[in-house]
Design a protein around this ligand. Structure first.
Ligand code: TRP
Ligand code: ZN
Length: 476
């Protein structure tokens, strides 16, 4: 049967009230227009957001970050974080000023290309004025030193994300907004970068980030873990989860480096599930094409207040021992969501509908219900059911990002597509989507066009009915 991912903590309403979220986009777009029209010598600013209607301040204009080098020290007893972030970025236009996103924390130093730069805080915007204007195309380096007690952000749906302290460390997951609670970021999935993440924690604790562990040393009662994520990653998929963990490392037959970190309180429940990771990744690779990253694994924390797991890149983080469906779901995101990224949060069904459909397919091929049966059981829900509250192609509001219409009806879109084009063409579509947009981005319109091109069919009616039309479709 279907279950909505993630399990929602009881304090969080499953379906937030709809409200208009577009008010801030017009002035931002105007600012960007004016900025790009100004002649050299005039003031040209980066812009406070990436233009996302659900999160107008998320991300920034005027530059891309190629690499983040984060050096953190976390004191698990006092919950104090000390950080140095070195961003290597490239200006996409002339910049006399640009923004980063940072929520909370105190800045103790900021340089651009080693020269101290003026800066001020304005909500989540960290506004930086370099001593000299940056030329269009110029590569520049921003170094920010900062400290404080990180505080998670509360999202429109009432959930929290970011750096979430636990009894033995921190659960770190930044979807959709929380990356900025622990490092200064260009905090929108349109910008993807490589990362070096170095974390120093009290000896006995383990810090697990993305990618491959390239170094580890203990000195004077503290252990430093140096992680490297070489493939492009969106900021929200970064983690630096800290805790008391049992660690297991191995390499799969395909040469993927696996690192599992498990809170001992979850170890018994987690063991039989994590053991399946290599076979799940092999199964997903057969369906979706080669696994996109050189690293894999699982971070199984004991974080009872969180209420969800996240597909942190190359190594999902779970708030408790996952079941097999959740393992399948978070790892399917490595193809759909992590390697192929969103350009706008309203396209979230491209992540959640795909990862949920992967669960249906896994059940179908491993002795569970057929995808058709799962689809039929959902379709039987009455027109007033929350499943039909809004179309997956347009959640309408950041509060609806993780609702049942995105996960379950999003998966129904893919099943309707499969029914329309047949299995062979359907799996070719999934693989083409993963390979043609690998390490990049894709939009809902891109997917619709690709499905039509690969299948050779006009799919307008399928997508209109299942993806874009409000309410319960009249025929399955
Ligand atoms: N994307 C996650 C998943 O599907 C779920 C998730 C991440 C989430 N952050 C969230 C759900 C915040 C609710 C609120 O596994
Ligand atoms: Zn998901």
């Amino acid at each position: 049967m279907t279950r909505s991912r993630p399990p929602r903590p009881s304090h969080r309403p499953a379906h937030g009230a709809r409200r208009r979220a577009l008010t801030a986009t017009v002035p931002l777009a105007l600012t960007a227009l004016l900025a790009s029209a100004s002649p050299a010598g005039a003031t040209t600013t980066g812009g406070a957001g990436a233009g996302d209607p659900y999160f107008p301040l998320a991300g920034n204009g005027g530059y891309h970050v190629a690499h983040y080098d984060l050096d953190l020290r976390y004191d698990t007893a006092t919950r104090h974080l000390d950080g140095t972030a070195v961003l290597t970025a490239r200006a996409t236009r002339r910049l006399t000023r640009f923004d980063l996103d940072l929520s909370g924390l105190k800045i103790t130093g900021l340089t651009v290309d080693h020269a101290p730069a003026a800066h001020r805080r304005d909500g989540q915007e960290l506004v930086v004025t370099p001593r000299r204007a940056l030329r269009k195309g110029q590569t520049f380096r921003v170094t920010v030193t900062y400290r404080g007690t990180p505080k998670p952000v509360t999202d429109p749906d009432g959930s929290t994300d970011g750096w979430i302290a636990t009894d033995d460390g921190a659960f770190v997951a930044g979807e959709p907004q929380g990356a900025m609670t622990w490092f200064p970021a260009n905090n929108h999935p349109t910008d993807k970068s490589s990362y070096d993440i170095t974390v120093t924690v009290p000896q006995g604790r383990t810090a697990v980030a993305n990618g491959v562990l390239v170094g580890r040393r203990t000195h004077q009662g503290r252990t430093t873990f140096h992680w490297r994520q070489s493939e492009p990653m969106a900021a929200y998929l970064a983690t630096a989860t800290v805790g008391t963990f049992q660690v297991r490392q191995y390499t799969t037959r395909d040469g993927i480096r696996v690192y599992d970190a498990v809170d001992p309180r979850e170890a018994t429940a987690a063991a039989p599930v994590l053991k399946k990771l290599p076979s799940v990744l092999e199964w997903e690779s057969r369906l979706f094409g080669p696994y996109p990253f050189r690293s894999a694994g699982s971070i199984v924390d004991h974080a009872p207040d969180v209420g969800y797991a996240l597909e942190t890149q190359g190594r999902p983080v779970y708030d408790s021992a996952p079941d097999v469906d959740t393992l399948v779901h978070e790892n399917a995101h490595q193809w759909f969501g992590d390697s192929v990224s969103l350009t706008s949060w309203k396209d979230i069904w491209l992540n959640e509908g795909f990862a949920t459909y992967a669960e249906w397919l896994y059940e179908e091929q491993h002795g569970g219900d057929s995808a058709q049966k799962t689809f039929d059981a959902l379709y039987a829900r009455p027109a007033g059911d929350p499943l039909w509250a809004y179309p997956p192609g347009d959640p309408g509001d950041g509060a609806n990002l993780f609702g049942t219409p995105v996960y379950a009806r999003g998966a129904m879109v893919l099943h309707a597509l499969r029914t329309a084009v047949g299995d062979r063409a359907f799996y070719r579509v999934l693989r083409a989507w993963a390979s043609e947009h690998r390490y990049g981005h894709g939009t809902t319109a891109d997917f619709e066009r690709l499905a039509e091109r690969v299948s050779g069919k006009d799919l307008d009616a399928v997508f209109t009915t299942w993806l874009h039309t409000r309410g319960k479709p009249s025929r399955p």
